[in-house]
Design a protein around this ligand. Structure first.
Ligand code: PGA
Length: 258
């Protein structure tokens, strides 16, 4: 499996800014060759135009959220079908900022995962503990609980499906203080074990990938993403500058192929 690097642009950029940066990133990566799966997730209003920028590019386009129903009276929501129409391949689900500011629950997240998979989208399920929970040494329990609740109704991904799980300790997001590679690796193993108990080891090996997120940058990325550890990363701040992000992608590619 190729390493998967997902850029989460959150609500950091205007629409034109997003398009300009995506255009620059495409230029930066024109000779990249793609030993790495690159997914960029701009905010919703930029997605349509972003897809046009990425026509014939190998850069994949992701959304930062999705609703679970296909259509109906759900003011403000965006359906998986609509994302598919645009040409979106991936969708971030259950990011801690949505859990915190929008009151998203594990059960809502679970419905989103089921619906995303049913519509041919690749969910990137985010899990992570707060600083408080880590201080109380509850991180493993919290992660297992979030996974079990969010995946309660999800059947094992079939051969056309994939499920990504991003471990993002909340205290590491946007703080410049990432989890230590050893602490993150322990949680990665908990995630793999929990997924294996649900879906079976073979499905997890073939159809699931685990990413690390939280203050990832060009200097620390290979301490998380390497063979025998994380399959990729979810990158916020360090994905916003096209040049810096393409350096990060090159670092991953070189590290993997060496
Ligand atoms: P960060 O954000 O890389 O800026 O810490 C990661 C995320 O929230 O997905």
């Amino acid at each position: 499996m190729k390493p998967i690097i997902v850029a989460n642009w959150k609500m950091q950029l205007g629409i034109q800014e997003s398009i300009d940066r995506l255009t620059s990133l495409r230029m930066e990566l024109k000779d990249f060759g793609y030993g790495v799966e690159v997914v960029v997730c701009p905010s919703m209003p930029a997605l349509h135009q972003a897809k046009e920028v990425l026509v014939t590019s190998k850069i994949r386009l992701g959304a930062q959220d999705v609703f679970w129903e296909e259509r109906g009276a759900f003011t403000g929501e965006v359906s998986p079908q609509q994302l598919r129409e645009i040409g979106i391949s991936h969708v971030i689900i259950g990011h801690s900022e949505r859990r915190e500011f929008l009151g998203e629950t594990d059960s809502m997240i679970g419905q989103k995962i089921v619906s995303a998979l049913a519509h041919g989208l690749i969910p990137i399920l985010c899990v992570g503990e707060t600083a408080h929970q880590r201080n109380d040494n509850l991180q493993e329990m919290v992660i297992v609980q979030q996974l079990e609740r969010a995946l309660q109704s999800t059947t094992p991904p079939n051969q056309n499906e994939m499920l990504l799980v991003a471990y993002e300790p909340i205290w590491a997001i946007g703080t410049g203080e990432p989890a230590s590679p050893a602490a993150a690796e322990l949680i990665r193993q908990v995630i793999v074990r929990t997924l294996s108990e649900r879906f079976g080891q073979e499905i997890v090996d073939q159809r699931c990938a685990v990413l690390y997120g939280g203050s990832v940058n060009n200097e620390n990325i290979t301490t998380y993403v390497h063979s025998g550890s994380f399959d990729g990363a979810l990158v916020g701040g360090a994905s916003l500058d096209p040049q810096a992000f393409s350096s990060l992608l090159t670092t991953v590619k070189e590290h993997y192929s060496s």
